[in-house]
Ligand binder design. Sequence first.
Ligand code: SAM
Length: 266
Amino acid sequence: MKPRPPLAPRKHLGQNFLVDPKAQQRILAACQLQADEEVIEIGPGLGHLTELILPFVKKIYAIEKDPRFCEQLTKKFPAEKFTVFDADVLKFDFTTLPPGLKVIGNLPYYISTPIIEKLIGYQNLFPQCFFTVQQEFAQRLAAKPNHKNYGSLSCFVQYYADIEILFKLPPSSFKPAPKVTSCFMRLNFRPPPFKVNNEDKLFTLIRTAFGQRRKRISNSLKPIFEKNTLEILKHCRLTGEERAENLSLKNYVDLITFAANLQTND
Ligand code: SAM
């Protein structure tokens, strides 16, 4: 068997490197970096993005799971401008970093959802993120009601953030080329547009509805609202004939808020 070259991409770590200079320049422009800012990079890999960004910022804190790259990057970039943590981003304690930094990354696609969920936990510390992700994933995050891509993930992320798909990136922008089209997106965390007393209950409701997205909500929401289902729907100006994808985030907030009031008054 031929020995593997030492830095061959590891597929299981989602290693598709951003090699297209035009795509790199578009990403650089979109991030609107300031000379005095520090940024966090998730998954610097061989440093394609890092090298691009570094001249335009004060410092980069990078988090990389593959120790081969950590070693290489430490040698490549000056220590006063670059720190790499040899760590799994999903286990990383972001409170160890200065607050307010932009988070940038060509994300490993196999963990895009847990990375976003993790950052939601730090939304007050790091309000702005710029990511390369699989296009289909970004479309699910940004989808609006009555669209086939709209689902529980759309509602969950849109509760915490505004999402903007900035531009598409074809497979040829990367090496090795992934099988899917990618895109560059911005995620701006902000206070939820509608406050609820119990967010876990809201997201359980939404997941339950989308768990049976073809069913009418008068049926799919019964496991949650039980005998009060029709009363709650009616109060929230819904007929019950709707499907999960027809309801806006505000509809779900109204339902869970009224249901909680009903319980209190029982
Ligand atoms: N930023 C580089 C670029 O654009 O060319 C590499 C991007 S590549 C799509 C994703 C990177 O994330 C890889 O370097 C991979 O090793 C790293 N990675 C994968 N899983 C990770 C994890 N759990 N924590 C931190 N880094 C991870």
